[in-house]
Design a protein around this ligand. Structure first.
Ligand SMILES: Cc1cc2nc3c(=O)[nH]c(=O)nc-3n(C[C@H](O)[C@H](O)[C@H](O)COP(=O)(O)O)c2cc1C
Length: 412
């Protein structure tokens, strides 16, 4: 459409004569409305830009809450450098349930029970998976920083919060090629590219990253199996939303709805990391608040899109679900898998609502619908699911989630 507004050459030219006394300047009603409209528009646009800036629309992934992704290699030439890598690990709901006690020769990794997910993770399985992820990052960083490590899991029978003791001595060991990808790894909740299948060779390469005899990955890659797992995850998402105790954890306790909240608390779930289209994400950030109903419907819609575009699903399973060491083992493998995926240009996302529902069924004493369905899919009673996820080729880079500073997670 043309936007040219120059008058055409045959436009009549009206000559104007000055009045003897200039009349008071009259502004027509229409003009007043037009001007008011312009003013309002200027105000609205101005307020919109102000609100957009205030809510971080133009600063995605920036500010103090995101600095740990940039300064992770700032070195103190000591063990604290390993903590910088550990805190960038995946963890449930970005609750960052960790504390570190650091000396020159040892790091103790503690679970911070205050940061539990309540009815979403009543047995702290997910918390310990997240701690396993942090441990793996820490160990990858140890070799890169010239340390030989000696790891003891749960070294103190009297203190269950002390999940790992890592002894450090100076020495040279080969550095893993996964290490540089620590700050590039992000949970990717965008739709995946359905035109690029994930080959069985790729799935085998993922499986080969595991070295713990108590942890095993089961793959669901055929159209039929993806359909079955996808349906289960969508059903679980619906059951999750319908259960106000679980839903409130996502939409209330761990939801960070404003830019100020994110920058101050530096944890939790954010709109930026939700995998929404860029425009929806920007508009969502500008809204004064997103209602619980909007959050729920967006979560359900997202889940439906996410399962539809999965290249494959995987279940990380263990022999004994209650065993903390095995939960940590799942975390360690998940960390390696996600880093390897990042290196290979693949995207990954846990979709763990079915196991969250299975735990909830145990708490409520209700019929184990999701527990049984997970078991049926695995098809081997020796292996129990702790983490379900999808993998595929990304259509959009995964965005950063906030992180607390190292100083906030180091115990005196
Ligand atoms: C045990 C565990 C369970 C998780 N469950 C889900 C999930 O069900 N859905 C999801 O979108 N992300 C899930 N995540 C991903 C976390 O929300 C994510 O790691 C966290 O918000 C930090 O973001 P980042 O991984 O991009 O650094 C899970 C992560 C872990 C470790």
């Amino acid at each position: 459409m043309s936007t040219d507004i120059t008058p055409s050459s045959n436009e009549p030219v009206v000559q104007e004569f000055p009045s003897p006394t200039p009349p008071p300047r009259k502004i027509s009603r229409r003009k007043v409305i037009a001007l008011a409209g312009t003013g309002t528009l200027v105000l609205v646009v101005g307020a919109g830009i102000w609100r957009a800036a205030d809510q971080g629309v133009f600063s995605t992934g920036e500010g103090p809450a995101y600095e740990p992704w940039d300064d992770w290699r700032t070195t103190t030439k000591g063990p604290l450098d390993l903590v910088r890598a550990a805190i960038l690990a995946a963890n449930p709901h970005n609750s960052q349930p960790w504390l570190f006690h650091v000396t020159q020769t040892q790091i103790d990794l503690f679970a911070d029970y205050r940061r539990n997910l309540g009815p979403v993770d009543p047995f702290l399985y997910e918390m310990h998976i997240g701690l396993g992820c942090a441990l793996e990052n820490l160990l990858l960083a140890a070799t890169a920083n010239g340390y030989i490590t000696q790891v003891t899991l749960l070294p103190d029978a009297a203190d269950a919060t002390l999940v790992a003791r890592i002894g450090l001595t100076r020495g040279n060991v080969p550095v893993s090629d996964l290490y540089p990808f620590i700050p590039q790894r992000h949970t990717n909740r965008y739709p995946y590219d359905t035109g690029r299948p994930v080959t069985s060779a790729t799935l085998d390469a993922f499986s080969a990253l595991g070295d713990d005899p108590d942890v095993k990955v089961f793959w669901f890659a055929s159209t039929d199996m993806r359909q079955r797992v996808g349906t289960l995850l969508v059903d679980a998402a619906n059951a999750f939303v319908a259960d106000k105790a679980q839903d409130g954890v996502d939409t209330g306790i761990w939801w960070r709805g404003t830019w100020q909240d994110i920058q101050q608390r530096r944890d939790g779930i954010t709109l930026d990391a939700a995998g929404l289209p860029d425009l929806t994400r920007a508009l969502g950030k500008m809204l004064p608040s997103v209602s619980v109903a909007q959050q729920d419907s967006s979560f359900l819609q997202n889940t439906a899109d996410q399962v539809k575009t999965a290249g494959a699903f995987g279940f990380l399973t263990v022999r004994n679900r209650q065993d903390r060491k095995q939960q940590l083992g799942v975390g360690r493998l998940w960390a390696r898998m996600q880093l390897w995926a990042t290196k290979e240009g693949l995207a990954m996302q846990p979709l763990n609502q079915a196991t969250e529902r299975a735990s909830r069924e145990v708490v409520l004493g209700s019929t184990p619908h999701f527990g049984t369905s997970l078991q049926t899919l695995v098809g081997d009673p020796a292996w129990l699911t702790l983490l379900s996820f999808r993998v595929g080729y990304s259509t959009h880079e995964g965005l950063r989630s906030p992180r607390r500073a190292v100083s906030d997670v180091v115990k005196p």
